[in-house]
Design a protein around this ligand. Sequence first.
Ligand code: APR
Length: 246
Amino acid sequence: MLTNFQLPEDIATLKVVVLTGAGISAESGLKTFRDNNGLWENHAVEAVATPEGFEQKPSLVYRFYNERRQQLLSPEVKPNAAHYALAKLEAKLADNLWIVTQNVDNLHQRAGSNNVLHMHGSLLSARCLQSQKNVETFSNIDGTSRCSCCQPSSKMRPDIVWFGEIPKHMERIESLLMEADLFVSIGTSGTVYPAAGFVNLANHYQVHSVELNLEPSEGVTRFAEKHYGSASRVVDEFVEQLLKGC
Ligand code: APR
């Protein structure tokens, strides 16, 4: 499956960075962002995914993420074959595999992946507005929720990186990309930076780049290799081929 790329004799030494986007979770029942006239679950992105939206209508933003969290924790939402395939790859490559996800769900971890960096935050975390510390949360938060890290305690917000805010783990991601042999981008439209620019970094550091998506992304021409289809099929096939050494 891999073209113009020589796999090492011992596959466990292969260093891989995987970038995932909403497309990998689509078959798990979570909607992608750009398939609904620019609306995310019927809301304008500016209303629910910007600091200005939060300032103007905090109650709407709290409710929106509470609903997303409840949906994520509902029994219908489960990891799919693509998440499991990546966990299987981690079982072989251990710390040579890192998943950088734009997703705020926990489906990679539920499939068994440990090496996951959430660059856009997490639905299962709340952030103190004063100290910026995170705390795991499985329940609703609202304007009355208070932290336990400050004295007096402060308000909390969803631990989501909104438009105009700086994504998390950027230094770590860049150093992982510098050292990688393979960069695989899965289920992302390639429209939101800095994630959309990781393929440029990979090319700069001569890391072999692969796109696995339902359709060509915005960055399609920058990938050395591409395979299209649903994530549950394409990612599973890709990982199987990799583990077979071809
Ligand atoms: N299998 C594989 N790919 C799929 C599937 C599927 N079953 N279903 C959809 N896709 C693809 C779409 O074709 C699209 O290219 O997944 C991509 C999803 O793109 P977006 O909705 O733009 O999601 P993403 O790229 O993750 O968005 C990036 O934008 O709104 C912000 O912060 C938010 O993290 C998000 C960021």
